[in-house]
Write a new protein. Structure first.
Lengths: 399, 371
């Protein structure tokens, strides 16, 4: 840069009307281009194809016998009209609120006074004005639970059994963990990593299922990936910034948080299963989840073996790890929102990955102290045991 | 592992007892129980059966045809007498594409003869000379294939005579109308399924020389529309518009003879059927006989392109249902009512269906036998 160059550059930093205009010019030009497209079609007439309609049915509820309510969103490119609705291949009366014409991304709540049959399946078919059809299935019709005090309590109880109880029971192994020799300790830490890897995969797949069901504009899978990465990043930064004497306890809390978010997903699944009328599976599922989740209690307390905290911290850890299961059953049972479900589970994936990193560091350190490589027979068998225990106990909860 | 398993078994046992002891059964029960609420009530306090059917109305003016008027709009053609004394009936048929409303708010990109589905109802007497000047103004090759007796080159199929009539081309189909009966015509271009279900068909009614007893005559074509093109019909109907005769029951008089020319052109489904409520009818398969082929039945079935004539009358006033007794078709639109009334109430019944005296006259004077 010459002297004259630096002299010239000084006034450019000044903020005046010309700067504003220069900044706005591209936007104004964009506006002009948009206007041109809107009013003339941009000369693309030959490329214009008939509208491709797309309707996403987000939720079906049956608030009372004889009534079906659909929550539909238009995630196609154009406005569309739901002209008729057939239930079980019979055209039926319906009311759409606010309208049966939905703009792009518009929503409608559709009420159909159809005498549905308890515990039986029903098929709903929306017919649009151009004759395109969209189907939604009710696998087993039951009255959708309403958020009454009794149901809140009962659902909380379900969450309590699948989240709080098994984690608390798992923690009862803490005294035994304290008596382990260093190699045994390293085995249990590795087992915890195996457990966490299983949970990360499981949470990821659950989240993917929700993400797939989202209306197209949500871009479910990218949303899932980005929320997971941002959560992971945020937790790593938090973990790096707040280093201190409570490091081990923090790791336990983060572990508990990750597991908690995973349990939120399990709660969602169970709440939704009850809400969808699969209550018979419910009891079996709850026993299965309780068994499946007991290992989580072991995992959470493992990092604390060397420095046992106050008793109240154990209660905190149980609440953080198991409590979200209660929240999950409420959300799943009453106000199912697949967008929130995807986001929660994505945060869970990030959190679990971060704890895998933290516990992994513990394993590496322990192995170093023992003069072993990080991956040795002890850690490998721990890791594998964790994975296998989770895998086989999951037999009870997969359907 | 073995040690852990035994521990888990112990824990499982305790978990189960926890569950059974603490409200799980109650939850299951609560979820199974019907809440103590009544069924949804409409403002009118109607019962559940008022909720079936379609929402809204069809704009018949925009469609250019009305299923009620189609029941009786016999097309006799341009009539003249040939040197040999034979009656000549000349028709102009133009095939073109047109969007039609087959259910309230549901539009179907149809292929039509003269802008309507079904096409014009050709009505003539046996032995008449039929001349159809056909022009294809559509977007695909079409034909007119008549179910009747005619020379090979007039068969309206690929490979016979002119074969498929290309876009912008014309052909004159000409033949003698025989045999008498309830016949039909349809496009026979390939692929056949698409050309039929898109709407290229119509009734071809040939009256016997001696005529049939005076009656209120109605033409009904049972059809269906595959609006999403998955080779299954979304809408079933008689004369194209689902549930139209539920919304506007067909006026008839108690005691009078009613004659229905019934044709099945429904694509994709192997059979269709007709069931009459509260009365029985005599049936003339294909309408090619003067004596019934079936006596005293209330349900008949027809394969695709099968047709026949029904004769019946009502003893008492009432709104009598008729529908396909394939319940699926019935609930997807193929259902209607006859509004049987005493003679003095007939004018009102006509008005309720949006019809006039002219409709009544056409219904009672359709036959070409004496005119």
């Amino acid at each position: 840069m010459t002297e004259s160059g630096s002299q010239n550059s000084t006034p450019r930093h000044r903020f005046n009307w010309r700067t504003v205009l220069l900044g706005l010019f591209p936007l104004l030009a964009l506006g002009a281009v948009i206007a041109y497209f809107v009013f003339t079609g941009g000369g693309l007439g030959e490329l214009s194809t008939p509208p491709l309609e797309q309707v996403n049915i987000e939720r079906i509820t049956m608030p009372e016998p004889g009534v079906i309510v659909l929550h539909a969103v238009n995630d196609g490119p154009e406005t569309l009209t739901i002209a008729q609705i057939a239930v079980d291949e019979a055209y039926w009366d319906f009311e759409a609120d606010p309208s049966n014409t939905l703009p792009r991304l518009g929503r409608a709540t559709i009420t159909i006074p159809y005498p549905w049959v308890k515990q039986e399946a029903h098929l709903i078919k929306l017919v649009t004005s151009i004759g395109t059809t969209f189907e939604a299935e009710i696998p087993a019709a039951v009255v959708t639970p309403k958020p009454s005090g009794e149901f809140f309590l009962n659902f909380a109880l379900v969450g309590f059994y699948i989240g709080i109880v098994p984690i608390a029971l798992g923690m009862l192994w803490f005294p035994i963990l304290r008596r382990l020799n260093p190699r045994g300790m390293n085995f249990i830490l590795s087992l915890t990593i195996g457990l966490l890897v299983f949970l990360a995969v499981g949470t990821w797949l659950d989240a993917l299922e929700f993400a797939d069901r989202l209306a197209a504009f949500w871009q479910g899978v990218p949303l899932l990936i980005f929320v997971s990465l941002i959560s992971l990043g945020a937790l790593v930064v938090i973990g790096t910034v707040y280093r201190g004497s409570r490091r081990v306890l923090d790791t336990a809390y983060l572990l508990s948080l990750g597991i908690g978010l995973h349990n939120l997903g399990e709660g969602l699944a169970i709440g939704a299963a009850f809400a969808l009328g699969q209550a018979a599976l419910g009891t079996f599922l709850i026993v299965g989840f309780a068994l499946h989740n007991i290992t989580e209690g072991v995992g959470i307390v493992t990092p604390l073996v060397r420095n046992p905290p106050r008793f109240s911290h154990f209660l905190g850890l149980i609440l953080l790890g198991g409590g979200p299961a209660i929240l999950g059953t409420w959300i799943g049972g009453f106000g199912f929102n697949p967008v929130l479900a995807t986001i929660f589970l994505a945060v869970g994936v990030g959190a679990i990955l971060q704890v895998i990193w933290e516990v992994g560091k513990l394993v590496v350190n322990e192995s170093k102290k023992l003069g072993d490589p990080a991956l040795n027979w002890t850690t490998l068998s721990g890791l594998s045991s964790g994975l296998l225990i989770m895998y086989f106990t999951a037999f009870l909860v997969k359907f | 592992m073995g040690k852990q398993l035994s521990r888990r078994n112990f824990l499982l046992g305790s978990t189960v007892s926890l569950l059974s002891g603490a409200g799980m059964t109650k939850l299951a029960q609560a979820l199974q129980e019907e809440p103590h609420t009544h069924a949804l009530q409409t403002p009118e306090g109607d019962d559940a059966d008022a909720h079936f059917g379609m929402v809204g109305n069809v704009n018949h003016a925009r469609n250019g045809f009305d299923p009620l008027r189609m029941l009786v709009d016999w097309d006799y053609g341009k009539v003249s007498i040939l040197p040999n004394g034979q009656t000549l009936r000349e028709y102009q048929f133009i095939a073109y594409d047109k969007e039609i409303e087959v259910a309230p708010g549901v539009f179907f990109p149809a292929w039509t003869y003269n802008g309507r589905v079904p096409g014009p109802t050709i009505r003539c007497k046996e032995g008449d000379r039929i001349r159809i000047d056909f022009t294809n103004s559509g977007t695909h090759p079409h034909t007119i294939h008549f179910h009747g007796i005619h020379p090979f080159e007039m068969d309206g199929v690929p490979g016979a005579g002119p074969g498929e009539i290309g876009v912008g081309e014309s052909f004159v189909y000409e033949f003698d109308a025989e045999p008498f009966g309830c016949q039909l015509y349809h496009c026979h271009s390939l692929p056949l399924k698409r050309h039929i279900h898109k709407g290229l068909y119509g009734a071809f009614i040939v009256d016997p020389t001696e005529g049939r007893p005076p009656a209120r005559e109605l033409m009904m074509i049972m059809n269906g529309f595959d609006t999403n093109f998955d080779s299954a019909n979304e809408v079933y109907a008689v004369n194209s518009v689902g549930f139209e005769y539920i919304r506007r029951p067909i006026p008839v008089k108690v005691g009078e003879l009613i004659r229905v020319y019934l044709i099945n052109i429904t694509e994709f489904d192997p059979i269709n059927s007709f069931h009459l409520h509260a009365e029985f009818f005599d049936y003339y398969d294909h309408g090619t006989t003067l004596t019934p082929t079936l006596h005293t039945v209330d349900t008949i079935m027809q394969a695709q392109a099968q047709r026949g004539i029904l004769e019946f009358s009502y003893r008492w006033p009432g709104k009598y249902m008729f529908h396909a007794h394939v319940s699926e078709f019935a609930e997807l639109g193929w259902m209607g009512n006859f509004n049987a009334v005493a003679a003095e109430d007939f004018e009102q019944a006509l008005a309720e269906a949006g019809l006039d005296a002219d409709w009544d006259r056409l219904a009672l004077h359709g036959s070409t036998a004496n005119g």
